[in-house]
Write a protein that binds this ligand. Structure first.
Ligand code: ATP
Length: 356
């Protein structure tokens, strides 16, 4: 059975243009999917449509195989079998933790409610916290309680709206992993909205990249990183260096400012864009390297980002090198490419998808 199916959903606000434009999205049962996209692409709007807070102009929403919204159907949010985790916990401040978690279980006998709430608190790692009030918890603990509350009534779908955005980055990675584990253990189907590509890639089984109200590409994190549908997706999902390229149709190499680059598949057109990932770029002084000048060195502890200016390119190329810096601004060094690269017939986007 499919956990969530969104079919051809179109939405606009008042007289504004379309915010969602014939959007399709499928999440299999038990899957954790992420919706990833730049600010204003329609992520929150999609969430509101799925939850039932907003009625779409057209299209259909099915949750756990049941149509909850569509032509002539608009179930209210509380009848959709959906649990929601908001950006900042949104716990009831006057109820203790266990009563917050038990809130959605009002139809159950009292003993059963307490048992289920305790079970969920164990699942999110807060076994001993039932008597605390929300203000006695850290931000990360509040989000765990919010997840327990959302999961308690065994919803067909859990929606998570940027649930880690208010937390310190040091807390975020650990909480992401724990949320993923808890969702798995509960067997829940979940949709996580985020604008953080690292979060989407590291947390979700499937990622749908939204651009201007439609899904630009949906796939596993690996599919998106290794086979992005176009240069825009390539630059949005992970770091990428996009180079204008020329090729003979069907050729296995393309010409670029960094020299001849081997392609993963024969080129379909004579002009296009080569997509390089940072791990394919090496600083070296060998004779075949493209010569450049270091303009900036950013040390990140585990690695160093070097910006290298090449005579043939308008923008410096970012190169990630392991460990501490081996070059300084002003040094001249060469750049080589290892391994084959993707070739796209589309030109590189001008725009907001800065690869650095
Ligand atoms: N209530 C509203 N009335 C009119 N326009 C709206 C309303 N809410 C959102 N919009 C517009 O719809 C578009 C999509 O907004 P939405 O909040 O869904 O984007 P988003 O991808 O969630 O962005 P962000 O990552 O910044 O939260 C934006 O252009 C926004 O200005």
């Amino acid at each position: 059975m499919t956990g969530l199916r969104v079919t051809s959903v179109t939405t606009s606000y008042g007289r504004g243009g379309r915010v969602l434009d014939g959007l399709d999205l499928t999440v299999e049962e038990g899957e954790l999917a992420a919706v990833l996209g730049p600010s204003g692409c329609g992520k929150t709007t999609l969430l509101r449509v799925i939850a039932g807070f907003l009625r779409p102009d057209a299209g259909e929403i099915a949750v756990g195989g049941r149509t909850v919204g569509g032509p002539g159907v608009h179930l209210p949010p509380e009848r959709r079998g959906i649990g929601i985790v908001a950006q900042e916990g949104a716990l009831f401040p006057h109820l203790n933790v266990v009563r917050n978690v038990a809130f959605g279980l009002r139809g159950l006998p009292r003993a059963e409610r307490g048992r289920r709430a305790a079970e969920l608190l164990e699942l999110v790692g807060l076994g001993g916290y039932g008597d605390r009030m929300p203000h006695e918890l850290s931000g990360g603990q509040q989000q765990r309680v919010a997840l327990a509350r959302a999961l308690a009534p065994r919803p067909a779908l859990v929606l998570l709206d940027e649930p880690f955005s208010a937390l310190d980055s040091s807390l975020r990675a650990g909480l992401r992993a724990d949320v993923r584990t808890a969702l798995r253990a509960a067997g829940a189907t979940a949709l996580l909205v985020t604008h953080d590509q690292e979060e989407a890639l590291s947390t979700a089984d499937r990622v749908a990249v939204i651009r201007a109200g439609t899904v630009a590409q949906s796939g596993t994190p690996r599919e998106l990183y290794e086979r992005p549908a176009d240069p825009w997706v390539a630059a949005f999902v992970g770091e990428a260096v996009l180079l204008p390229a020329t090729a003979t149709a069907g050729a296995s190499h393309a010409g670029t400012a960094l020299g001849r680059i081997q392609l993963t598949a024969p080129a379909g057109t004579t002009t296009g864009t080569v997509v390089l990932r940072p791990e394919q770029l090496r600083l070296t002084d060998t004779a075949d390297a493209a010569p450049g000048r270091v303009t900036e060195v950013r040390y990140h502890g585990h690695d160093t980002l070097v910006l290298l200016e090449l005579a043939s390119l308008p923008e410096p190329v970012p190169v990630r090198t392991p460990g501490p810096p081996t070059v300084r601004p002003g040094d001249t060094t060469g750049l080589t490419v290892t391994g084959p690269a993707l070739f796209h017939s589309a030109p590189a986007p001008a725009s907001d998808a800065d690869p650095v």
